[in-house]
Ligand binder design. Structure first.
Ligand code: UDP
Length: 369
């Protein structure tokens, strides 16, 4: 029998491990640095608005995995929310991701054949398509690049798109149909009672101590628990031995407004470089409850990461990837005693479903199944 087990961090990776190990009869204890459970999925309920605020940015659950979908829908009832962000550029509103309606709005085309032909005219051959700018100009042309990609990407990563790998853009679809569903996964939705309720269920009967910084007492935690599941930043765990891994951070500005509906949609991206925020989220649209004359919006500002700020997006430059490889060797040396999992410990921009899948797999292998 393994354990008892200390779990550091109360986000999805830690919560799923805690639940599954507990159900298998292993004693678990969870410590969390923040004053709440749920990691970045944490939601806060506002009865006067009729919404669950996505405190750390919009979290739309989507997955292609039936087992993961069954797992989460056993924990909570989900609504049928589909992510259809819109784009605001120079005081005009566009359908997004780029689809036939967007191409109609930009170029007046009305059929897939007309759209294909206009795209062909717009494409500009590029010697180098390995960066965002080269790839976009070669595949989409100047107007689409300028309207949807250039400013947003520059703001998000604080680097000219010509200096960023094209990989980051390839996940943004371009379609010649009217399909404006951002994700192509089979299952999609938002938990009707908010995400926090899911974590409350996952942690039922498990001791969770909030506002505990693992590093303040690290040696004693490691002495006391034969098994530790660590979900914090990997570089911090190894005392920055190979240097700090770089992240992008975010700053949120919330506003309560005395209007029923501010923008008519959950997410509107602001793609101009001159507008400092990248998007505005109006939380009540996640559960489509427009019954109150009050709303909550959040403006999202990308920020350089510095100690004390929340790390959000790993920055996948060659340097960071190489640095992480060195940390990975350290992780391997801890095998059998410490498990590293989740976005920060694996330095990977995971979606929620991937984290859950990883956590379920980790527990299986810990239990020797
Ligand atoms: N992107 C863009 N314009 C948009 C939305 C996304 O240029 O309106 C680019 C941007 O470079 C971003 C990448 O696509 O970093 C991935 O965007 P996504 O919305 O998938 O990122 P997330 O929601 O995970 O932050």
């Amino acid at each position: 029998m393994i354990g008892p087990c200390l779990i550091v961090g109360a986000g999805f990776f830690g919560a799923v491990c805690a639940r599954e190990l507990t159900d298998a009869g292993i004693r678990c204890r969870v410590i969390e640095k923040r004053d709440h459970i749920g990691g970045n999925c944490y939601t806060r309920t506002h009865e006067d608005v009729g919404c669950h605020e996505h405190v750390y940015g919009p979290h739309i659950f989507h997955t292609d995995s039936r087992p993961v979908w069954s797992y989460v829908t056993r924990l909570a009832e989900f609504n049928s929310f589909i992510n259809r962000p819109r784009v605001w550029y120079r005081d005009r509103l566009y359908s997004f991701p780029v689809n036939l309606l967007t191409l109609y709005q930009l170029f007046g085309v009305r059929t897939p054949a007309e759209a294909e032909s206009v795209l062909q005219q717009k494409r500009q051959p590029q010697a180098d398509q390995s960066n965002v700018e080269g790839w976009c100009l070669a595949n989409l042309g100047e107007e689409i690049y300028e309207t949807f990609i250039r400013g947003y990407t520059w703001k998000q990563w604080n680097r000219p798109p010509a200096e960023l790998p094209a990989d980051i853009i390839r996940r943004v679809p371009v379609r010649l149909t009217c399909d404006d569903n951002y994700y192509q996964d089979k299952f999609q939705g938002i938990p009707i009672g908010g995400y926090t309720a899911i974590f409350e269920r996952l942690f039922e009967g498990i001791p969770v101590d909030l506002q505990i910084d693992f590093f303040e007492d690290r040696e004693s935690w490691l002495d006391r628990y034969p098994l530790v599941i660590y979900t914090g930043p990997v570089d911090a765990f190894f005392d920055l031995e190979f240097g700090a891994l770089e992240y992008r951070s975010l700053r949120f500005e919330r506003e309560f407004l005395d209007v029923r509906d501010f923008q008519g949609n959950a997410v509107v991206n602001y793609t101009e470089l001159e507008v400092p925020w990248t998007r505005i989220v109006e939380h009540k649209h996640f559960n489509a409850d427009l019954s109150r004359e009050r709303t909550l919006i959040t403006k999202e500002f990308p920020a350089d990461w510095a100690p004390g700020l929340e790390p959000y997006y790993p920055v996948n430059t060659d340097e960071n990837v190489e640095r992480f490889k060195k940390y990975r060797r350290r992780i391997q040396e801890c095998e059998g005693k410490i498990v590293f999992g989740g976005r920060l410990a694996e330095y990977r921009y995971y979606d929620m479903d991937e984290v859950i899948e990883e956590a379920l797999g980790t527990v299986k292998s810990l239990l020797g199944k």
